[in-house]
Design a binder for this molecule. Structure first.
Ligand SMILES: [Cu+2]
Length: 265
């Protein structure tokens, strides 16, 4: 107990406000979580993601084996892979953390996926996330929800935000490019398969479909749930350049139905 408190105090001094949480459950405080964040999402988006850094201060390899949060039905660990020039997400069972090593979970790479969100991710709010390590035990952190293009090390804590003017432009002032899509039997009709915007623009998709679908914008880790009753409107802030496939997931279909191409300014 004495040792744990001492180590906690040292980490607090060294890492200051970056630190989100300190291990509490285990006698061996070996793993430290920092810089955790999630990105705000529109309320109709089903899945979210958490990014963070894990440092193993111990002398043995540890493994992140499981995670839970009250705000999602399930939590998975995902890795992005490139196959045939496309970015895909692959579920992995555990994340190894070698001793004396930092593992970064960041957009476009390893991430923690929150499946079936029970509440919307609203910028400025926080939610609890528990991480279970094979050796270090469980650690519960409070994950801040940041803006749509937040990344590791761009994070500011609340105090900093109050002191500094917001560097991020208001999303509503950004140029918006609208695309109207009609999906019939799992295929995009007429409008073509590639939609182009420039970095910094908002791509707005207005989608009507004869069947409900779940669409997954890879690279941005965003899922859209579309219904067959009305026009579904989704906005994506184009902050990363590249060609991103939008895949249709479901029992009936599993294929890329269109691409979002984001060009440099
Ligand atoms: Cu994922």
């Amino acid at each position: 107990m004495k040792r744990r408190l001492w180590i906690s105090a040292v980490y607090c001094i060294v890492l200051g406000s970056w630190i989100s949480s300190i291990a509490t459950a285990s006698a061996h405080v070996e793993v430290v979580i920092s810089n955790s964040f999630s990105r705000t999402l529109p309320p109709n988006v089903q899945n979210g993601a958490v990014f963070l850094e894990i440092v193993n201060k111990g002398e043995k390899e540890d493994f992140l084996i499981r995670s839970t949060t009250p705000i999602a039905r399930a939590v998975e660990f995902h890795q992005h892979t490139h196959e045939d020039g496309l970015m895909r997400m692959k579920k992995i069972d555990s994340i190894p953390i070698m001793y004396n090593t930092k593992v970064s979970l960041s957009p476009g790479g390893l991430h923690i996926m929150l499946l079936d969100l029970k509440q919307p991710l609203i910028e400025g709010e926080n939610f609890p996330l528990t991480l279970f390590f094979k050796k270090s035990g469980d650690i519960t952190i409070s994950v801040p929800i940041l803006g749509t293009d937040a990344n590791l090390h761009t994070k500011k804590n609340k105090d900093d935000d109050e002191k500094q003017p917001k560097s991020e432009p208001n999303t509503t002032n950004l140029p918006t490019v609208q695309f109207e899509l009609v999906i019939k039997d799992g295929k995009v009709q007429k409008s073509g398969k590639t939609f182009r915007v420039k970095k910094g623009e908002i791509a707005e998709f207005r989608i009507s479909s004869n069947e409900p679908h779940v669409l997954h914008l890879h690279g941005y880790d965003i899922e859209f749930r579309i219904d067959d009753k009305s026009q579904n409107i989704f906005q994506v802030k184009a902050n990363a350049t590249g060609r991103f496939p939008v895949e249709m997931h479901g029992a009936k279909y599993h294929h890329t139905i269109f691409y979002l191409e984001v060009y440099p300014k």
